[in-house]
Write a protein that binds this ligand. Structure first.
Ligand SMILES: [Zn+2]
Length: 389
């Protein structure tokens, strides 16, 4: 057999298969074709991966990449080059009324894989909270359950779940009620996961957001430093967070421009509350900092003490499982032919959280190559951490 691409001599970290050590990886026809200590069959293209970690193409479970479709969206391919992300999961930029445009974006302009949570709100996140400050889910007439169900059934390969932003600025006087509509839509659509965002301001309270969630639903902004923070005033985990984790609710970072704080996160990590999924919540207001992309967000967790393999798991196997997608997030034979070559670059760096908090650190993950659909796609862009000093 002649492979399309062979990566030789890298250190493979593939949490889904438990592999963590030197190995060659070969790709053919857009898929992973072989992983072994030594692969000696020929390949059309062979690249040395010596000195690099070879990991499954990164999955960012919370992005806003409806580029051109909403003011909020950023270019997913640009993120892919800078971070090794090969799957961008849009978190509710589009609703049933404009989801088709996101599917078209993939077909016409975007190379990295696009998946999306459909917003319960028919127009999706059409405002940006700065120029136009109207919550997308505060108007009951926007919350049309049958159309959400229909969208999930029309594009099963693209639509992975339902998004609802629950908070004072997004659901307004409706409080947490739209979350119950989202769960109802999920039940009608084969229990697709619901991703809910923790609004910064009350009401509703954190309990009203967490308690309705079922096993496999996702809560994003789980380290929010704002009013609805997951810690008590005494610095203990709030009961609804503990109960949610025990119930199997997936805890997602969703860094963004206002939803991640080092102090809250550090305390929660000390209490043993590591994230299930590390995502960036990258959008117009977070792409140039403080979130940047999923790799910078992963670097922050590496520097906060999470082991490298867990950091990789949280952006590969874990988000794939959260979406019930067994075809991505792994380097198992037959998986999508997506991979990232990463390196840990040593040197002083100052990370910034979403409320201006700083963390001095001495390492960051940098991309040194991206494989997409079984082909060498990118050499990786030079580090662009503008917040770094
Ligand atoms: Zn978001």
């Amino acid at each position: 057999m002649t492979y399309d691409l062979l990566l030789k001599g890298g250190h493979v970290i593939d949490p889904a298969s438990g592999r963590d050590g030197p190995a060659d990886v070969a790709f053919k026809a857009g898929k992973v074709a072989a992983v072994a200590d030594k692969i000696s069959e020929p390949a059309k293209e062979t690249r040395s991966a010596e000195g690099f970690y070879v990991v499954p193409g990164l999955i960012d479970l919370h992005t806003h990449v409806y580029w051109g479709g909403t003011i909020y969206g950023v270019d997913p391919d640009k993120l892919g080059h800078a971070s090794g992300m090969t799957t961008a999961v849009d978190a509710g930029s589009a609703g049933a009324g404009n989801f088709r445009g996101l599917v078209d974006l993939q077909q016409s302009r975007t190379q990295v894989r696009l998946l999306a949570f459909v917003n319960l709100s028919y127009p999706g996140i059409y405002t940006d909270l700065r120029a136009v400050n109207v919550g997308e889910a505060e108007e009951i007439r926007h919350l049309n359950v049958p159309h959400v169900v229909k969208t999930l059934k029309t594009w099963p390969e693209k639509a992975v779940g339902i998004k609802i932003r629950v908070g004072r600025s997004t659901t307004g006087a409706l409080g947490a009620m739209p979350l119950h509509l989202a769960i109802n839509a999920s039940e009608q659509a084969g229990n697709a996961p619901v991703m809910v965002h923790i609004g910064a301001d009350m009401p509703p309270r954190l309990e009203d957001i967490l308690d309705p969630l079922r096993r496999g639903d996702i809560v994003t902004h789980c380290y929010t430093p704002k009013m609805n923070k997951p810690l008590t005033t005494k610095g203990q985990l709030r009961d609804c967070m503990v109960a949610g984790r025990e119930r199997g609710v997936i805890m997602d970072v969703g860094h963004g421009a206002g939803s991640f704080g080092f102090d809250v996160c550090r305390t929660m990590l000390e209490l043993g509350f590591a994230p299930d999924v590390i995502s960036s919540d990258v959008h117009l207001y977070s792409a140039d900092g403080p979130a940047y992309d999923v790799l910078v967000t992963m670097s922050k967790f590496l520097c906060l003490g999470l082991p490298l393999v867990e950091v990789i798991r949280a952006a590969t196997a874990a988000p794939a499982a959260a979406m019930k997608r067994s075809d991505i997030g792994s380097l198992k034979v037959g998986s999508a032919g997506d991979a990232a070559l990463l390196k840990i670059r040593k040197g002083p760096v100052v990370y910034v959280d979403a409320i201006g908090g700083e963390m001095k650190a001495d390492q960051r993950l940098v991309p040194r190559g991206v494989v997409l659909h079984g082909k060498w796609w990118s050499d990786g862009m030079p580090p662009t951490l503008k917040g770094g000093k």
